[in-house]
Design a binder for this molecule. Structure first.
Ligand code: PAF
Length: 284
């Protein structure tokens, strides 16, 4: 596996692969890799990737002033070993100065889909995500880019950006990788103490209860949200940030359930904020 820290070296390595006719796949990450990230690499390969680029960059622009940028977990050595074990071709490891050199000022304003839920609670987050993802797309120019569905609203924001700005890339959104008890895999799970770890799957259980309600034919959004909320309230030690049933494309309350519904939630377990979602398709 080749590792580059500069944009020009990354471009050169990728150009050579492209010139040899290989399909370029890209998986942007913030590192501290886990099974979820590795499953994105598998998904890329299953979808025809012949040259796989992974980036690791903890993007300061997507963290609010009181968020966990400084303590976000980092372990470059372990990440390199995991990626080499998956036969990744190129690891792009830029510094903040490379991604945002002095004087850099242009950002991507994400659309309406970025406003509710995560967008409301984390002002500027999706602008930071859209900006770094577009920059990375411009550097790598992949044929295919893979993102995990755990960050459902992020997927919707990127999907919208790619369509609105005519970015020539095929997006693939891969299923959420989960622990044995349903907890969505996330680098932030490493913040959880053993006791908090035991509480954390309650979020997924609540979303599954919401899913069952939709499958049973319940179409009253507030009834579904109350049911999910009650399940979390049964678990002392978890604080609800939001639990909602939304339209999978707009992230607003669903007008009807014909295009499916997304059950989304964010909770705090101790100091750790966890998000998750469950999609219910063809639920009308
Ligand atoms: O999902 C993430 O890890 C990040 O938001 C991403 C897409 C790598 C952008 O920094």
């Amino acid at each position: 596996m080749q590792t580059t820290t500069t944009i020009s070296a990354a471009r050169e390595a990728i150009a050579r692969a492209r010139d040899s006719g290989r399909t370029i796949a890209f998986i942007p990450t913030m590192g501290f890799l886990h099974e979820g990230h590795l499953s994105l690499i598998d998904a890329a390969r299953d979808n025809g990737a012949e040259f796989i680029v992974v980036s690791i960059f903890v993007n300061p622009k997507q963290f609010g002033p009181n968020e966990d940028f400084a303590r976000y977990p980092r372990d470059e050595e372990r990440d390199r070993e995991l990626l080499a074990g998956k036969d990744v071709d190129l690891l792009f490891l830029p510094s903040t100065g490379i991604m945002y050199p002095p004087g850099s000022q242009t950002t991507v304003s994400a659309g309406a889909v970025a406003r509710p839920l995560e967008g409301e609670r984390r002002p500027g987050h999706f602008e930071g995500v859209a900006t770094v993802v577009l920059k990375l797309f411009n550097i790598v120019q992949p044929d295919l880019a893979v993102f995990g569905r755990k960050d459902a609203q992020q997927c919707a924001v990127i999907d919208r950006m790619v369509r609105d700005l005519d970015v020539p890339v095929r997006l693939l959104f891969a299923e959420t990788a989960r622990e044995h008890d349903g907890l969505a895999r996330s680098s932030r799970n490493s913040y959880l103490s053993p006791d908090e770890r035991k509480l954390a799957p309650a979020l997924h259980r609540a979303l599954r209860a919401g899913e069952q309600a939709v499958i049973r034919g319940i179409r009253d959004v507030s009834a579904i949200e109350t049911l999910m909320r009650r399940m979390i309230e049964e678990t002392p030690g978890i604080e609800i940030d939001y639990l909602a049933a939304v339209d999978p494309e707009t992230f607003l309350p669903p007008a009807d359930f014909r295009s499916g519904v997304l059950l989304v939630g964010a909770v705090r377990v101790g100091r750790t904020r966890l998000i998750d979602n469950v999609r219910v398709v063809n639920s009308s």
